[in-house]
Design a protein around this ligand. Structure first.
Ligand SMILES: NC(=O)c1ccc[n+]([C@@H]2O[C@H](COP(=O)([O-])OP(=O)(O)OC[C@H]3O[C@@H](n4cnc5c(N)ncnc54)[C@H](OP(=O)(O)O)[C@@H]3O)[C@@H](O)[C@H]2O)c1
Length: 281
């Protein structure tokens, strides 16, 4: 198949490697491409600049949209999730291409804050601009190419994405305990694996949650990491510190993805962080 990865960064390059190994032709698009991993054809383009998209590869079968904003501002989110996607779907339309689209979104679309479970059927009513822009992107993807699939990833970690490990190792890590704060994460290799799996599904649902098998308490993750690294025990955040941390508190359920046949390489943070730590020595 002929596959374009728009936003070929941390997850995109890993996905590209898997797809190349499967025998597909793969193009990776980003604004500032250094060379991409062996065999991924490089396209230097800004998705929000229509003139950059005049010469997309022809006869694309699949397009992955894995773009993320390079800052935490409404305008940057709008550019990444809405304007870029509009630019790309517009260019595909003009070029009479109707590939299968897979759009990476985030669990930030949920506003739930009571620590309860959410799944694909739960209310999405983010009261924050970040969730709103992601939802706009999701809707645009599903409208522009109705066979599109949206996958809402939790926090992505893996090789070189080690901020949590670093904070525990340095003794800076704190957790919110009252009420318990739940975290939802997924290893980079499972993001790539799940995207490749969804691409191969004949009857895909339109939305999947992309999180591992264990929505874990922040405290449990930090204490486990400190234990395996022999680092100082993280402490509970004081009220003032806790109020500065990201909002929202929910447990994301991945049953739909698992029932569709995906098996996690790193089912929980324990296997995933163990592999990351092994790679750091
Ligand atoms: N990281 C997380 O914890 C997390 C959580 C939930 C969901 N997600 C989603 O998962 C997907 C993959 O994340 P990731 O960690 O692989 O992101 P990443 O490493 O930041 O890669 C995103 C890529 O998008 C490119 N890009 C940004 N704006 C662009 C534009 N206007 N035109 C062309 N390319 C553009 C960037 O390259 P240039 O700067 O060179 O253009 C970058 O290579 C993203 O959709 C992200 O929103 C991530």
């Amino acid at each position: 198949m002929r596959i374009l990865i728009a936003g070929c960064g941390y997850v995109g390059e890993e996905l590209g490697s898997l797809l190349l190994a499967d025998g597909h032709d793969v193009w990776g698009l980003r604004r500032n491409p250094r060379s991409l991993r062996g065999g991924i054809e490089v396209i230097a383009a800004d998705l929000a600049q229509p003139e950059d998209l005049r010469d997309l590869p022809e006869s694309l079968d699949v397009v992955f949209y894995l773009v993320s904003p390079n800052g935490s501002e409404d305008a940057l989110y709008r550019r990444a999730y809405v304007e870029g996607l509009r630019g790309l779907t517009g260019a595909l339309h003009q070029q009479r291409q109707k590939p299968r689209l897979l759009f990476a979104s985030s669990t930030a679309v949920y506003a739930q804050s009571d620590g309860g479970w959410v799944d694909e059927s739960s209310e999405v009513a983010s009261d924050h601009w970040s969730g709103k822009r992601l939802l706009e992107g999701e809707q645009l993807a599903l409208q522009a190419l109705p066979s599109a699939t949206v996958i809402r990833f939790g926090g992505i970690y893996g090789p070189r994405r080690t901020s949590l490990i670093d904070s525990v190792r340095s003794g800076r890590a704190i957790y919110r305990a009252d009420p318990p704060q739940y975290t939802n994460r997924i290893h980079r290799d499972d993001c790539a694996g799940a995207l490749r799996h969804l691409m191969g599904l004949e009857n895909s649902e339109s939305i999947y949650l992309g999180v591992d098998n264990e929505s874990a308490e922040e405290r449990a993750v930090l204490l486990w990491l400190a234990g395996v690294m022999g680092s100082p025990e993280p402490r509970a955040a004081e009220k003032k510190e806790a109020s500065k941390r990201p909002r929202g508190n929910k447990r994301c359920r991945n049953a739909r993805l698992v029932q569709s046949g995906y098996t996690f390489r790193y089912p929980t943070f324990r296997e995933g962080y163990s592999a990351v730590l092994e790679g750091m020595v």
